[in-house]
Unconditional design. Sequence first.
Length: 260
Amino acid sequence: MKRGLIFAYGAICYVIFLATFAYTIGFVGNFAVPRTLDGSASGSLWAALAINLSLLTAFALQHSVMARPAFKSWWTRIVPKAAERSTYVLFTCITLFAFFALWQPMAGVIWNVSNASGQIFLYGLFGLGWVIVLIATFLINHFDLFGLRQVWLELRGKPSTSLTFATPWLYKYVRHPLYVGWLLVFWATPTMTVAHLIFAIVTTAYILVAIQLEERDLIAQHGAQYDNYRRRVPMLVPRLFCRSERRPGNDTSNAIALVE
């Protein structure tokens, strides 16, 4: 009974994630949802700025603190270990929907690309960013990342083993393709409003900080294996010309990539 409830809980959290993911596309892209990133501004610019920065800070704290090993160790004394990742996903979705509901559009336009070819190009980059994000989640085991693997193993009475480290496809060119996708999503827009710029700057800063925290945890978990990978592969910008290096003892081609 308990295993079935945990699995049902994980499945519900995953469905909520899918709804949140779809809403985020519309929110950032300014279509198909009632409130968007670049909606009509009203009220004080400084009040809107204070609210938006508070919302971005709240999301960053929730998303980073709950992902740290020390927090997970404490948190799993309260929630079942199998449901820890699903709970993290649920809290992230709740934080995001509060963000969507309370976000304050801000007046002012930084740039506006009116040329049709330029608009198509930027919207193409925006769409490419979402494709990269989605592909990257499957490369690092999509169902583990969003908690379904853990609750499925619990339902079957099997232990949830840690994923081993590897560098499939995109991870051979950059260490964080998931973040590359997010950066494209946040910055590729034909109309950059003040609100959108604040959002893009703060989320980019958060990504750069999150990478440092994440890599610290990965080095602690995987040691020299990840450290060697970090030395060979750039963080976010792929090298156009590089020679492939194979070092003894570093072959991870048969494993699964692992990130936060």
